[in-house]
Design a protein around this ligand. Structure first.
Ligand code: BGC
Length: 266
């Protein structure tokens, strides 16, 4: 079945690399106009926008730090200026600053919470303001707007050495569910995706060489995930094919969240 997001506008945060870039490319392939948000690396986001436009799609790249309220206001204003509307938000920006708890600086704690959790709140709030104003766009989508929060298996699996990251993703889970409870009656659909180990820059050390073998012990399905595994789900969750899916988290993790250490154990 071919999914069409024609006449829809999608904003993807953190779209200069990894899952964000893959999601943006897949949404554009499905026919959506796409705003590619980047923070520090403009080049790759601009290149991707050029690639999408050259292939007959529509895309722009816009810089913004999702943890800053003014940046977010400007990002969403530029989205409306360029494309006139917004139908899909993929709140994807995220980072890791790993350290044992005893060594973790307040700055690294705040940076991770600021981007991974506060950033998702600020983006969702800005999107909801647009969705509630515009309502359902007849003939475009059955929903008045869709938000996809990029969470992680670590919204459920505790992660020693990464307490800021795990706390931020645990927060995303109840942020998403509470927002969905608050807005579903307006036909706004909010869901999360919880990726496991996906081959991107954020976990390059863990997915290469000998480390990959160690990682595979945690993945019953026996392979590290690809960006496309997540991007395909983003397109589905953004489309009317998932119109009755509300307030849920889709784990895309090759079974990592099944606690494989318990097989034949415990
Ligand atoms: C993290 C990755 C990690 C994966 C599985 C993701 O949320 O960003 O670094 O490999 O979870 O542990």
């Amino acid at each position: 079945m071919q999914i069409s997001l024609a006449r829809q506008v999608a904003l993807v945060t953190g779209a200069s690399s990894g899952i964000g870039a893959g999601a943006a490319r897949a949404l554009a392939d499905a026919g959506a106009s796409v705003v590619l948000n980047y923070h520090s690396s403009a080049g790759p986001a601009q290149d991707l926008a050029r690639e999408i436009n050259a292939n007959g799609g529509r895309a722009i790249a816009v810089g913004a730090d999702v943890s800053k309220e003014q940046d977010i206001e400007r990002l969403f204003a530029q989205t409306l200026e360029a494309f006139g509307t917004l139908d899909i938000l993929v709140a994807n920006s995220g980072l890791q600053k790993d350290a044992a708890a005893v060594d973790m600086s307040l700055e690294d704690w705040n940076t991770v919470i600021g981007t991974n959790l506060t950033g998702q709140f600020l983006c969702a709030r800005a999107a909801l303001r647009i969705f509630t104003r515009q309502g359902i766009r007849q003939g475009v989508s059955r929903a008045a707007g869709k938000i996809i929060h990029m969470s992680s298996v670590h919204q459920r699996i505790p992660w020693a050495g990464h307490i800021n990251y795990a706390a931020s993703k645990g927060g995303v889970d109840l942020l998403m569910q509470s927002l969905a409870q608050e807005t579903s009656h307006q036909r706004i659909r909010i869901n999360s995706i919880a990726p496991g180990a996906i081959r991107t820059a954020i976990n390059r050390d863990a997915t290469e060489g000998e480390q990959e073998q160690k990682l595979l012990e945690l993945i019953p399905y026996g392979r590290v995930g690809d960006v496309e595994d997540v991007a395909n789900a983003v397109v589905w969750l953004a489309s009317d094919l998932s119109d009755y899916v509300v307030g849920t988290t889709l784990f895309i993790d090759g079974g990592m969240s099944l606690y494989p250490g318990f097989r034949g154990n415990g």
